[in-house]
Design a protein around this ligand. Structure first.
Ligand SMILES: C[S@@+](CC[C@H](N)C(=O)[O-])C[C@H]1O[C@@H](n2cnc3c(N)ncnc32)[C@H](O)[C@@H]1O
Length: 211
């Protein structure tokens, strides 16, 4: 875990705000019937969490990745970790999300954190947005609904820069995502030039490198 005092104060304050919201949502969801959780899913951050956030940030900085893509922004928690990394290396984040209200919240938070200049949200179906984006990408986070990981991968793979890193969340948790997670990992390693490893960080991250 990183030294919290080393974080930029505005960035840190926004993270604390998100994490307090995530804790209260986790508590709320644990007391709701499954059908009610499903019905209210769009109210929830569903964020990658602190360990995965720190890891993403560290990877962006160490790899000096400038062309960063996020597939599944939600309310912008992981976007902040990517954006802080982008600021450090002179990069930019393009972040894809279906729901405009989530990106509006994310934009307001990024402004508070002083990171808004490093992110462009594209609202709509990520599969459509991804088809229109030319790439190449140096760094990608995949974290949208799990049944879309394989179709996202198929669009993404031809747009990876040499040395690109791709991180996919929810490879271990929740158990309901495991079949989709397995299908994703099998598809990645079947592609030429991919090296890939499953890491027990946060909800389980697949870290893959192209050539
Ligand atoms: C698990 S959340 C992302 C959490 C975020 N990465 C974080 O850590 O803060 C998944 C998000 O993917 C979005 N999503 C689902 N299907 C999508 C699609 N076809 N195109 C774009 N976004 C989609 C959902 O609206 C949801 O906000």
């Amino acid at each position: 875990m990183e030294d919290p005092t080393a974080l930029d104060p505005a960035f840190r304050a926004v993270l604390m705000d998100y994490e307090a919201r995530a804790r209260s949502e986790d508590e709320l969801m644990s007391g709701l019937p499954e059908a009610e959780v499903a019905r209210r899913l769009d109210e929830m951050l569903l964020c990658v969490g602190r360990s995965a956030g720190v890891f993403l940030n560290l990877l962006v900085k160490e790899s000096h990745s400038k062309r960063i893509l996020e597939v599944g922004s939600s309310y912008g928690y992981s976007t902040h970790w990517l954006a802080e990394g982008a600021r450090a290396v002179g990069g930019r984040v393009t972040s894809l999300e279906l729901k405009v209200a989530k990106t509006e919240y994310g934009t307001a938070q990024l402004k508070k954190a002083g990171l808004a200049d490093y992110v462009e949200f594209r609202v709509g179906d990520a599969l459509v947005s991804l088809e229109a984006l030319p790439g190449p990408f140096d760094f990608v986070l995949i974290d949208l609904w799990k049944n879309l990981y394989v179709p996202v991968w198929d669009l993404l793979y031809p747009k990876l820069a040499p040395g690109a890193l791709v991180v996919a969340d929810n490879m271990i948790h929740p158990p309901s995502a495991q079949a989709h997670a397995r299908a994703y990992r099998e598809r990645v390693v079947a592609c030429a030039g991919m090296t890939s490893v499953l890491l027990s960080v946060g909800n389980g991250l697949e870290l893959s490198r192209y050539r």
